[in-house]
Design a protein around this ligand. Structure first.
Ligand code: F6R
Length: 609
């Protein structure tokens, strides 16, 4: 989703801006642009192609300057055409980039048109640029900060912006409300970005702006004011060394790299769990856990499926009633509040607009206890919740979530054990056994990754199909859902997942000898039931692709292809079974030649509703 970079320095900042955009590419975008103040006037270059192409155009245009803003745009208001690409100018005085959606842009647009402003784009962003321009014109001091403060008061919606004015050539202003923005401080300049990763190598220290903050950046320093206009002192954080490189290395795609990183990230995630204790979730966890009687998990997409998987663990291991809800549904429905339910938000980015809004909604209607399980430590969700657990998967660049999912599952499993122990349902022996299983997971994941050549063969067949069904039962049903989501989002093969027992209630009607049916077959208590469901598929000619645990006695035969996994891994089995499904989606997409890391129409961090 949209990405922002801003810079003010004692040197030419064009390279910082384009490199920052390159690092934000993973968020997904359909146009991009850079504007700098050059020879006393704002100049910009915009492109509806990739950032690499923009960088070439920038070079051809000999763009240079010491202050500037840049943007990758994921279209919401207005098609992805050059005129709608940011930076947006107002009367060649103001240059602005924006992430988010302005809900009241229509009345503001009418008002500004009546004041004589000509609109050159279909974007909601142009309203902000003109509003700042107009507010500044009206003010005798013509101070950009005052104009930004006043203009922002009139906006409804979510935004992060970066802006500069022709007549104030020494500063760039950033502001956030609902969309992330970080200030980076370096030796020779100060910077803004949607994500600290965009500034890695450029800035050494970071300030993660709070809701309503406005930051004024000059070469000499950073001044922050809060939503009431008072000077704010925010914590300055050193750049976190991250040993998961953001470079591709020997891999063809980030998704492939991130799938293969899973043994390492899971090793890191389990290594820090030496014993099961509430302290893993923060200082206030002990008390909070003693005050709750149920869980309400809120999430979107892949994170929703990890939450759905964990529901089985919470109820079976901890005996705690658990509800899981899609954040975009929960936030708009009238729900019955149980103040003793802990709200758990699960998110890779910690910035997903729907999950964030669902969390705020839950807090407003009376949920006191909240926990965020996130991969980005300083994200909005981590800062808004009482308790936090950082999944520690490192940067996830591929739009399709993989290692973030498996590490979320580890975190949720640890939460289930913790709540089970607190509620007297997990004995010391159970704890020791579960910890052994957790610590052995990386080795088990490696043995599943070794199945890749067999999965490539399946992918060749699947790539020729238009549809696929995924089946699972029990705790593996959400894994089937995740497998179907992975396949459709990156290979564009239409896929649906069902609990295997549900097949005969409708979907069996679409099973023919053209239909691949990918079946998750763990060696658990539901195995015999699942085998019956597989018979139902075969009887209609359906082509079974079975991921079977050792010991299930499911053999390859006519219309039945089997890949054998290691022996059943108990409650953690979903973490192993999802990996072949990730690889299957990945290789199917490769055979079909899609843009694996940047699938069409999708964005990494969905910061708009
Ligand atoms: C799918 C995928 C998305 C995200 C969803 C939520 O592969 O990545 O479905 O899971 O957009 O994002 P986060 O986890 O950042 O809240």
């Amino acid at each position: 989703m949209c990405g922002i970079v801003g810079a003010v320095a004692q040197r030419d900042i064009v390279g910082v801006l384009t490199e920052g955009l390159r690092r934000l590419e993973y968020r997904g975008y359909d146009s991009c642009g850079v504007a700098v103040l050059q020879h006393g006037a704002p100049r910009r270059v915009r492109s509806i192609e990739r950032v690499a192409n923009l960088a070439e155009q920038v070079e051809d245009a000999r763009l240079s300057g010491t202050i500037g803003v840049a943007h990758t745009r994921w279209a919401t208001h207005g098609a992805p055409i050059t005129d709608n690409a940011h930076p947006i100018f107002s009367r060649d005085e103001i240059a602005l980039v924006h992430n988010g959606i302005i809900e009241n842009h229509e009345p503001l647009r009418d008002e500004l048109k009546a004041l004589g402003y000509a609109f050159e784009s279909d974007t909601d962003t142009e309203v902000i640029a003109h509003l700042i321009h107009h507010t500044r014109e009206e003010d005798a001091s013509r101070d950009l900060l005052t104009a930004v403060q006043r203009a922002l008061q009139r906006l409804r919606g979510a935004y992060a912006i970066a802006v500069f004015a022709k007549s104030e050539p020494d500063r760039v202003i950033g502001a956030r409300a609902g969309s992330p923005l970080v200030v980076g401080m370096g030796e020779r300049g100060n910077y803004l970005a949607s994500d600290a990763m965009a500034l890695s190598g450029t800035a050494e220290h970071f300030i993660f702006l709070e809701e309503g903050d406005i930051a004024v950046l000059s070469c000499n320093g950073v001044h922050i004011v809060d939503r009431d206009g008072a000077t704010a002192h925010r914590e300055v954080q050193a750049q976190h060394a991250n040993h998961y490189a953001t470079e591709l290395g020997p891999y063809r795609h980030y998704m492939q790299k991130e799938i293969f990183e899973q043994p390492d990230v899971v090793a890191d995630a389990t290594e820090r769990v030496r014993s099961i204790t509430p302290a893993l979730f923060g200082a206030k966890a002990q008390r909070a856990f003693s005050e709750i009687d149920s869980l309400l998990l809120l999430a979107c997409g892949t994170s929703y499926y990890s939450a759905l998987t964990a529901k089985y663990w919470f109820e079976s291991i901890a005996g705690i009633p658990t509800q899981v809800e899609i954040a975009s549904e929960y936030r708009y429905r009238e729900s019955v509040v149980n103040p003793c339910a802990m709200v758990v938000v699960v998110s890779q980015s910690g910035e997903t607009a729907d999950t964030l809004a669902a969390l705020k909604h839950a807090q407003e209607i009376g949920h006191h206890h909240t926990l965020a399980i996130c991969n980005v430590p300083h994200s909005s969700m981590m800062r808004l919740t009482e308790l936090h657990y950082s999944t520690g998967a490192g940067p996830e660049i591929g739009v399709a979530s993989t290692k973030a999912f498996t590490t979320q599952l580890v975190a949720l499993f640890v939460l289930a054990l913790t709540l089970g122990k607190e509620r007297g349902r997990v004995s010391t022996d159970d704890e020791a056994h579960a910890l052994r299983q957790l610590h052995h997971l990386p080795a088990a994941l490696n043995s599943v990754l070794a199945l890749e050549p067999q999965i490539v063969a399946w992918a060749q067949a699947l790539a020729r199909k238009d549809h696929a069904l995924f089946l699972g039962r029990g705790v593996h049903y959400p894994i089937a859902l995740e497998g179907a989501l992975k396949l459709k989002e990156i290979s564009y093969v239409h896929a649906e997942a069902y609990p295997a027992g549900e097949l005969k209630h409708g979907p069996l009607a679409i099973v023919t000898n053209e239909m691949p049916v990918i079946t998750i077959a763990p060696n658990d208590t539901l195995l015999e039931k699942l085998k019956s469901n597989m018979q139902e598929v075969r009887a209609r000619g359906g082509q079974l692709y079975v991921l079977a645990d050792a010991g299930t006695k499911i053999e390859s035969s006519d219309g039945v292809r089997v890949i054998q996994l290691p022996g059943h891994y108990g409650p953690l089995s979903p973490i192993l079974h999802v990996v072949p499904l990730q690889l299957l989606a990945y290789h199917t997409a490769c055979v079909r030649g899609t843009d694996v890391d940047k699938p069409r129409n999708l964005a990494k961090s969905v910061t708009v509703e």
